[in-house]
Design a protein around this ligand. Structure first.
Ligand code: ADP
Length: 440
């Protein structure tokens, strides 16, 4: 890339040098031409006034400078005098462009190749008395000639500019890529890298992605550590009880209790593993969901009915209240979400408490709310309860069969539905979790 930028900069510079030289040469040629024609005109006018004062051709010859050629042409176009060539055998000059023009208008300019001398020349012709025409001319190089003369200077200049460009390009490309190289070497030194405005957004994005990667690696690491820890407790219990029975250390009456413990811990393991699998399914970006409009009310009502028995066991009453409201979702995921919220509302409730599940249809949204009269969540924990394995009261969660993953699963499902989740809670008074679905 560096080499490419270098080459392109040098290419642009070379082109610029050539274009500048060509246009400067052309401008100078124009100025040069105007200057020469002006000189020729002054000289011709001078000669005319001298001729008017009865100077003869001999006298004129003595005055003509080396570089000039003076020609006197009569009314028939015949050359009567020429300062540089012998007039004998000279062709008729009456047809020459500048002579014709002078005959017509009094003066004429031309620049062309002289057919007499075979060189480029500028001509100025002036009409005299008796239709004589006095012509003054000067040989000159053409544009190409001037350009050729300038070639050594051009080459010299080009070389110097080329060298300057190379040095400049080198430093410029170095400056351009230095921050990128710095970032590539060590992403953590992001704050210390000097950069320029245009690169900032790019570097910010890269750094943000880097941080996101680190963060998700950390989360995954924490999650793995948590999973291992969570699995370890029931497995240790299962293994311990099984060993006691195996070694014959359990008396007849204990065997039943130990088997019950083994069963309970195995069931706990199973729920944990199910929740973990569910979370990783929801995490996977490959999963494609086919969401369709579903009436939320019957689903919520069904969930409340299914949990009636469970609620009764906890001494809690559970009710549904709501109207028909369509949301874009998948039924299984809706049931899972409702189950997790209602289950929490029952488990973290008080004896004699209640749970109200409601569905409300608003113009552009549908609101699902699960409200309980339970123990509540202290304000400092409210943000964190959606994190994996985060529990306010660990023993209560575990004793009621919690895994610490329910609300994390809820949060994931809500995100997939493009919905919003909010939580209000007051310790000792209860909790309300509200999910706002976009309307269909
Ligand atoms: P768990 O399986 O432990 O219930 P969750 O992810 O469902 O895990 O919830 C995380 C924590 O949030 C719970 O351990 C509990 O402390 C708290 N919590 C969740 N819902 C409620 C609720 N309705 N009332 C009080 N606390 C709650």
């Amino acid at each position: 890339m560096k080499r490419k930028i270098n080459a392109q900069l040098i290419g642009i510079a070379t082109l610029a040098i050539l274009l500048t030289l060509v246009s400067v040469s052309a401008i100078f040629y124009d100025l040069f031409r105007a200057q020469i024609l002006d000189d020729l005109k002054t000289t011709a006018q001078l000669f005319r006034s001298m001729l008017n004062q009865d100077m003869d051709e001999e006298g004129l010859a003595g005055l003509v400078p080396d570089k000039l050629r003076v020609t006197l042409i009569n009314a028939r176009g015949e050359v009567e005098y020429d300062s540089n060539v012998s007039i004998a055998g000279l062709e008729n000059h009456g047809e020459r462009e500048e002579v014709q023009e002078a005959a017509k208008t009094g003066e004429g300019f031309a620049s062309r190749r002289s057919s007499t001398l075979g060189k480029d020349a500028f001509y100025y012709a002036l009409k005299l008395q008796k239709d004589y025409v006095l012509r003054v001319s000067r040989e000159t190089s053409n544009l190409l000639g001037i350009f050729y003369n300038a070639v050594p200077v051009i080459v010299f200049l080009a070389l110097i500019l080329f060298l300057l460009c190379m040095i400049f390009a080198h430093f410029l490309t170095r400056k351009l890529v230095r921050p990128i190289e710095g970032l590539a070497k060590n992403l953590d030194s992001f704050g210390e890298i000097e950069t320029y405005e245009e690169l900032r957004p790019f570097m910010n994005t890269i750094y943000k992605q880097h941080e996101d990667i680190l963060k998700s690696a950390r989360i995954r690491q924490d999650f793995t550590a948590n999973v291992s820890h969570e699995l370890k407790t029931p497995l240790t219990a299962i293994s311990g009880y099984a060993q006691l029975i195996e070694n014959g250390m359990a008396q007849e009456k204990d065997v039943l209790r130990f088997s019950h413990e083994i069963h309970r811990n195995a069931a706990r393991l199973l729920t944990l593993i199910n929740d973990i699998i569910r979370l990783s399914e929801l995490d996977s970006t490959e999963a494609v969901h086919h969401f369709e409009p579903i009436d939320l009310s019957p689903v919520a009502k069904g969930c409340v009915e299914n949990l009636q028995m469970n609620a009764k066991k906890h001494g809690v009453s559970i009710h549904f209240q709501g109207e028909s409201a369509l949301v874009l979702a998948e039924k299984d995921m809706l049931e899972e979400l409702l189950y997790n919220l209602c289950d929490n509302a029952i488990r973290y409730n008080n004896e004699g408490g209640s749970v109200l599940v409601s569905v409300k249809k608003e113009p552009k949204r549908v609101i699902l709310s699960v409200q309980d009269t339970g123990i509540g969540i202290p304000i400092e924990h409210q943000e964190r309860v959606f994190e994996r394995f985060y529990r306010v009261d660990k023993s209560r969660s575990k004793s009621t069969g919690g895994t610490g993953l329910g609300l994390a699963i809820v949060k994931h499902i809500v995100a997939q539905f493009d919905a919003r989740i909010e939580l209000w809670s007051q310790v000792g008074r209860g909790t309300r979790i509200q999910i706002t679905f976009p309307g269909v």
